[in-house]
Write a protein that binds this ligand. Structure first.
Ligand SMILES: [Zn+2]
Length: 209
């Protein structure tokens, strides 16, 4: 197993921010993707961050943070919903793998958020059952947005991100304890599809300034 690239929250965030800067300026290094790295991590992993992101085909965490094999522990579903299995996966990354950073990564023009906004509209058709179940937490976020902005997917997405980070800290003792101990940070960020920038919005336990 190779050593962990970053062992403290600030270094882990710096690594991701630098990788995103390389990606968005068109100079990705595609680091740690060669045979040596592959062999090095075959016997074990020590990722420096966990990412809860959307399944959207344009929002691959390893690409947009310019990371390699063994770097990120990634959980994805449509709309980066903190489902029980997503929460369990994040807790595994923190408690067993020892990641110092969890990133909740939203993105603009998210189809899951758009579906949740549409579902809250008058006379909206019923959604297929599994989709309805998945996006229910996003619908809760839509309903929490002031009525005048409720049709605005940007406002709904921002609220959903805020709710998700809040739920992670509230529902996971492992995450809350790590943050309290200073060994773990949680960052809520938005990935912008057009220019490739990851914009941190919420930071708990680390400075993203
Ligand atoms: Zn999405």
């Amino acid at each position: 197993m190779t050593d962990r690239l970053a062992t403290v929250p600030a270094d882990a965030w710096a690594e991701l921010a630098e990788g995103n800067a390389r990606f968005r300026t068109g100079s990705p290094e595609h680091p740690r993707q060669d045979g040596t790295r592959r062999a090095g991590v075959a016997s074990g992993q020590a990722p420096h961050a966990a990412v809860l992101g959307c399944s959207d085909s344009r929002a691959s965490a390893e690409l947009l943070f310019d990371q390699g094999l063994g770097d990120l522990f990634v959980v994805r579903n449509a709309g980066q919903v903190l489902s029980p299995d997503a929460l369990g996966s994040i807790e595994y990354a923190v408690a067993v793998l020892g990641v110092p950073l969890v990133v909740v990564l939203a993105h603009d023009a998210c189809g899951a958020v758009a579906s949740a906004v549409a579902a809250e509209g008058a006379d909206a058709p019923a959604l297929p059952v599994h989709i309805a179940e998945l996006i229910e937490p996003i619908r809760v976020a839509v309903r929490a947005v002031p009525a005048a902005d409720r049709a605005d997917a940007v406002a709904a997405g921002a609220r959903h991100l805020q709710d998700t980070v809040g739920a992670l800290l509230r529902d996971s003792e492992i995450v809350a304890d790590g943050v309290a101990a200073g060994t773990l940070a949680v960052v809520g960020a938005v990935y912008h599809l057009a220019d490739g920038a990851v914009e941190p919005r919420i930071a708990v336990g680390v400075s993203t300034a």
